[in-house]
Design a protein around this ligand. Structure first.
Ligand code: UD1
Length: 365
């Protein structure tokens, strides 16, 4: 390829999803090199998303793979460093708060290449959570900060008064709005033996999966709910639960199914009576799709979903009745009613990110 102007770096499932719209928007005006770090490599977490979202394969695949946080971040840093020193793009765009976000951003600043952080300015209370460390560090070293909400932009203006700060909206909203009319219906999705109404659950965060007692408690709680619960298994959750053999498998009211692609997950979230999740992405998809959500975390960085009442936080260690009660309250509260779901923009965030990048490039020609 010609010398790239921008390196668009990503590596996990949610980042492939967001990169799909960012790449299109950036490529309208600029030569883009798409770099997939390979943090996620299983078919369902990587290639399937390229196929479903119609994204061209990455220009570079760094094959980082799994490891401890330090090993993974270090490997992403050194591999990205080698690439940036050869290709010398004028800017590096990173997304979100994963180890790929931090590794690529660090490689860029150390090579003195300016960084654009998409999904900047988010904060959760737990300062030791891996994602919180990543997002704070990337915000601290980025030159252009693209905030998904007014509160995130406001925080950045206080923390980084000299940086170029833009309230762009959330690129994940763009993806959903683009595909909303094509999402599969429940009849195409539900495993045998499940009829609507049902709940849709996702669990993947280390804080939950790596604590065997906590994870078992949540699984037992889900299995005892009053409706069927469909739970696709992220590879990490599947390993933590020791689930062998083919899926789907049933445990009382809980139906374990294989990891899904983007459109299936959003289709489940749209058709479910309620969503139960620990994922930031799924919390927002439920918020945009009008499905009440209960988040199994004591906190969230997506404060606006909670302020709207669309999302209730429940501590995963609470008694089973607490989760059942929260779901019941959410469903009763929103039956036949809707919340305002405009806190993260209008589905045109990627275009605003591209405008911010192009303006910066013009000003620093
Ligand atoms: C990562 C992100 C998290 C994001 C999530 C989306 C960090 C710190 N966390 O978490 O913010 O919400 O991606 O899914 O970057 N594994 C596989 N196949 C794969 C990838 C992973 O089996 O393709 C297994 C491996 O055992 C690995 C474990 O999952 O050790 C965790 O993967 P990792 O990329 O470290 O973190 P995630 O939990 O996926």
């Amino acid at each position: 390829m010609n010398q790239p102007v921008i390196a668009l770096c990503y590596g996990t499932r949610p980042q492939v999803i967001k990169a799909s719209v960012l790449r299109r928007a950036l490529e309208r005006n600029t030569q883009v090199m798409a770099v997939d770090t390979g943090q996620h490599y299983d078919y369902e977490l990587n290639q399937l998303l390229y196929e479903q979202l119609g994204v061209a394969p990455p220009d570079r695949f760094l094959e980082t793979g799994s490891g401890s946080h330090a090993e993974q971040t270090a490997s992403i840093l050194t591999r990205t460093d080698a690439l940036l020193r050869t290709e010398r793009p004028r800017m590096v765009v990173v997304i979100g708060d994963t180890n790929s976000t931090l590794g690529c951003a660090l490689a860029a600043v150390k090579a003195r290449i300016p960084v654009v952080h998409v999904e900047a300015g988010l904060r959760a209370a737990d300062g030791l959570m891996a994602e919180e460390i990543n997002r704070r560090m990337v915000d601290a070293v980025s030159d252009v900060l693209c905030a998904p909400s007014a509160a995130a932009a406001e925080l950045l203006r206080r923390e980084r008064p000299g940086a170029s700060i833009h309230q762009t909206g959330d690129v994940a909203c763009d993806v959903l709005r683009r595909l909303e009319d094509t999402l599969p219906s429940p009849t195409d999705l539900l495993p045998e033996g499940v009829q609507p109404p049902f709940y849709y659950a996702t669990l993947h965060r280390a804080e939950l999966t790596d604590d065997a007692v906590r994870l078992r408690g949540v699984i037992e709680t889900l299995a005892a709910l009053d409706r069927p619960v469909v739970l696709p298994l992220h590879p990490r959750t599947r390993a933590a639960l020791g689930v062998n053999g083919s899926l789907p498998q049933r445990r009382d009211n809980l139906f374990l199914i294989p990891a899904t692609g983007y459109v299936e997950s959003a289709g489940f979230a749209r058709s479910a009576t309620a969503v139960i999740t620990d994922s930031g992405g799924v919390q927002r998809e439920a918020y945009w799709l009008g499905t009440p959500c209960v988040t199994l975390r004591g906190e969230t960085e997506w404060h606006e979903t909670v302020a709207a009442g669309a999302n209730l936080l429940v501590n995963p260690d609470d008694a089973p009745e607490t989760l059942a009660g929260a779901i019941g309250r959410q469903c009763a509260r929103w039956k036949g009613r809707e919340w305002d779901c405009g806190a993260y923009g209008d589905g045109n965030a990627a275009g605003r990110v591209a405008d911010a990048v192009n303006r910066w490039l013009e000003q620093h020609a």
